[in-house]
Design a protein. Structure first.
Length: 437
């Protein structure tokens, strides 16, 4: 089986190394040896150390490599939308099998890739696009096809999980924890894709598409990052027996008209310490799947890094190579359900709201009235002096309110009205609460 490798950075180099080190085992598992037909790179002169590969295999002509008749499988680890989309569509339409780790492309235009695969008759595998080495996507699209998945909740970005875990462990603020993550190599020089939730949103779209047999794109995912999470938020979560995680949540449910829909969102949330995801620390990933017959399932492991991602890539290479030798292809995309995506405003959630209010009689009654006007039920209220200082009446006080489940739009409207009250000095923080507390 002849491979065209597109990209030879952190992941691509690990793919080459593992192909060399495990050549005998891989050949035995597939029934034929794997050979690299060529490696497309941006710069030919780059120093790649002692990579075990013939230097003459490198080329800057990715499209020419893909079009070669002796290429059976195209492995793409370049990332980005273009030119990767054009390369992979070309390969799939020509009947070649494709293995990709490109979450951004799959979330942006996975439909084009699936359509091209159906047209050409090749396989499209992308296990490495979500949660690195964790075997997650194939169970969703194969093992659980006999079941009905109702909800998928996950921590799918290692950078943000490291930052939030550090804030929880040390009491540090966001900026300090981000600096530590950067120094340790967990965060990129430009961490925007991670800390603003773009990376997790792309993965959420892929998970929702597989879980609910519906094409879900990045534009369908409600996205919020962690840049506004403060040390005070983390301390408040601890006081409630919770921790804060950046969650991707994909859920099946009925809308106001009773139609079955899906809701897909990414945002920071408080979850109780007893929840399976609460103990996922450092840069690890985990995904919690709730299925009707199988019940709750937990997938946990390293979600990023060269070696873990390369492991998932090679797992896919073995699968598509065996299919090609047998003259078959995997099951095509399953998007028969075609469920509408529910707007974020209709998502049911709970809120933790911290207010800085005037410290005088009638304030709590006025605040409670705002919640009542928007039909949002209050679960708990905690009041104390501003800044956690000594008790006694002063100018300001802290008011922390946790709501019962309500539509997100109602909760958002409540917060907007609270911000307009004279007695509310500021809305210090707003966080959703998930996980059945």
């Amino acid at each position: 089986m002849r491979l065209a490798l597109l990209g030879c950075g952190t992941v691509g180099s690990e793919v080459v190394r593992l192909l060399h080190e495990q050549a005998g085992d891989l050949a035995a598992r597939i029934g034929a040896p794997l050979e690299i037909a060529g490696i497309a790179v941006r710069r030919l002169g780059r120093d790649r150390g002692d990579l075990p590969v013939d230097p003459t295999l490198f080329t800057t002509d990715a499209l020419g490599l893909i079009k070669r008749d002796d290429v059976d499988v195209v492995v793409e680890v370049v990332g980005g939308i273009e030119p990767a989309r054009g390369w992979l569509v070309e390969a799939l339409r020509a009947g070649k099998s494709v293995v990709t780790a490109n979450k951004a492309l799959l979330a942006e235009d996975g439909a084009a890739l699936h359509d091209a695969a159906a047209e050409g008759g090749g396989d499209l595998y992308y296990e490495a696009s979500v949660a690195g080495a964790i075997p997650l996507l194939r169970p969703l699209r194969e093992s659980l096809h006999g079941d009905r998945i109702n909800r998928v909740t996950g921590i799918v970005n290692g950078t943000t999980n490291f930052i939030l875990s550090a804030m929880d462990a040390t009491g540090a603020g966001f900026a300090e924890a981000l600096e530590e993550a950067t120094e340790l190599g967990y965060a990129e020089a430009d961490p925007t894709a991670d800390v603003e939730g773009f990376d997790a949103a792309a993965k959420a779209a892929i998970l929702a598409s597989l879980a609910f047999h519906t094409r879900v794109g990045a534009a369908d995912v409600h996205r919020e990052g962690i840049t506004e999470v403060t040390a005070a938020d983390v301390a408040s979560a601890k006081a409630m027996g919770c921790t804060i995680k950046l969650l991707c949540i994909a859920a099946r449910g009925a809308d106001a008209a009773g139609r079955e829909t899906v809701s897909v969102r990414v945002h920071p949330a408080m979850i109780p310490l007893g929840h399976p995801l609460a103990s996922v620390g450092d840069a690890f990933n985990a995904v919690f799947v709730e299925a009707e017959a199988a019940g709750p399932l937990m997938f946990y492991g390293r979600g990023a890094g060269g070696a873990p991602t390369a492991s998932a890539v090679l797992g896919d290479v073995v699968a598509v190579s065996r299919n090609r030798l047998a003259g078959v292809r995997s099951a095509s995309e399953s998007a028969y359900a075609d469920l509408p995506v529910r707007p974020m405003g209709e998502a049911l959630t709970r809120y933790h709201i911290s207010l800085d209010v005037a410290d005088r009689p009638g304030v709590l009654e006025a605040v409670a009235g705002v919640f009542a006007r928007h039909d949002v039920s209050i679960a708990t209220v905690r009041q104390g002096p501003a800044g956690g200082g000594p008790a006694g009446r002063g100018e300001d006080a802290d008011l922390v309110i946790v709501t019962h489940v309500a539509p997100d739009a109602a909760l958002a409207a409540t917060v907007r009205e609270l911000r307009g009250l004279d007695i509310v000095r500021s809305v210090a923080s707003v966080l959703r609460v998930e996980g059945g507390l």
